[in-house]
Design a protein around this ligand. Structure first.
Ligand SMILES: C[S@@+](CC[C@H](N)C(=O)[O-])C[C@H]1O[C@@H](n2cnc3c(N)ncnc32)[C@H](O)[C@@H]1O
Length: 335
């Protein structure tokens, strides 16, 4: 069954589908969802989009240096990468761990794409290696520290969208009329609940609130499964507008232009993440500051043209560069 057939099936049954469910089906339908269907390349120059770890090892070096800076003298660690895709980030992290004499007790990938799970078999020879598709399958004794890292992981989770009008929220659904797909704001029962949950934010007329209950549950599960963690992630930061993006072969496309082979993503609400990790002290910095801080020797010493291109891509603030739109969020839950 294609993604469009599956969406139509839901629309026929319920006359509407939430943006969250639409994106979950589009991204993760068992056979035809973007992350599951078979193709030569998904991420990278020949794929649909490129990510920081695919651009340069510098990104992994920065994540490692951040971890080391926040955990001076650490000798042993368990690694858990969330949504590794092709897995390049973990290659870089392992190399840095080895160079700095830190023993890796186990390496786990949380990856639910069947396509990427096959690509990741190349890691099979690592000692104590596993791939899980559900965080509830991760198990670790309480005394061990787990380094949990990810890049562009949470942006692939489906989010609901609400629009603020006349002092209340309505949920935006996808509907279909006379063979045309439409976005419709329908009055939403949880409006008061949403207002309360986001009470510190002043909403203006027509602001869009994006919220993923899937992320809320995921972080709750993470807390219940892992006692001691350093968690760090980089992603697009969100600002009260619709951030839903549809990408196909490196091009932005309109929402209903195509249903197959489209990567949907959202920006990540880092202030919500802060709340989900409360009372632990978390930090949000721009990717630009993050890379510059944790790879400063590279930036000071390099005059190479190729390195300048990498630096501009990862830290620049122009269109298509990742320095300001991307943020780093990190939190440590132990002393
Ligand atoms: C945008 S890709 C990023 C891949 C890689 N981290 C990178 O930066 O190149 C998102 C990755 O997260 C995975 N993913 C998304 N939601 C997931 C979930 N709920 N559980 C496990 N993996 C998930 C996808 O399959 C994909 O590998």
């Amino acid at each position: 069954m294609s993604v469009q057939q599956e969406i139509n099936r839901v629309l026929n049954a319920f006359q509407k589908i939430s943006i969250q469910d639409f994106v979950q089906i589009s991204n993760f339908h068992e056979t035809s969802g973007f992350y599951n269907h078979e193709e030569e390349d998904k991420i990278g120059i020949k794929g649909h989009f490129i990510t920081s770890p695919e651009i340069s090892s510098l990104f992994g070096i920065a994540l490692f240096n951040q971890f080391f800076n926040k955990n001076p003298g650490i000798k042993k660690v368990h690694l858990l990468e969330l949504g590794p895709g092709n897995g390049y980030l973990t290659y870089d992290i392992i190399e840095q761990m080895n160079n700095n004499g830190i023993e890796i007790l186990s390496t786990t990938f949380l990856e639910k794409s069947s396509y990427f799970t096959k690509q990741l078999q190349k890691f099979n020879k690592l000692p104590n290696f596993s791939i899980i598709s559900d965080i509830n399958d991760f198990s670790i004794e309480d005394e061990f520290i787990v380094f949990i890292y990810s890049n562009e992981f949470l942006d692939a989770f489906g989010h609901k969208q609400y629009i603020y009008k006349n002092n209340k929220f309505s949920e935006i659904f996808i509907t279909k009329e006379k063979n045309r797909y439409l976005l419709s704001a329908l009055s939403s029962i949880p409006s008061d609940y949403i207002k309360k949950d986001f009470e510190f934010i002043v909403f203006k007329e027509n602001d869009i609130l994006e919220h993923s209950s899937l992320i809320d549950f995921f972080i709750q599960n993470l807390h219940s499964k892992i006692n001691k963690f350093f968690f760090t992630t980089n992603d697009y930061g969100y600002s009260r507008k619709s951030s839903l993006r549809a990408l196909r072969e490196h091009k932005k496309i309109n929402l209903f232009e195509s249903f197959e082979g489209v990567d949907y993503s959202f920006s990540v609400d880092f202030s919500r993440l802060k709340k989900l990790f409360y009372p632990h002290n978390s930090e949000i910095v721009s990717q630009s500051d993050f890379i510059k801080k944790y790879t400063s020797s590279f930036f000071n010493n390099s005059t190479d043209v190729k390195n300048k291109i990498i630096k501009d891509l990862l830290t620049g603030s122009e269109d298509g560069q990742m320095g300001l739109v991307f943020k780093n969020f990190n939190v440590k839950n132990y002393e």
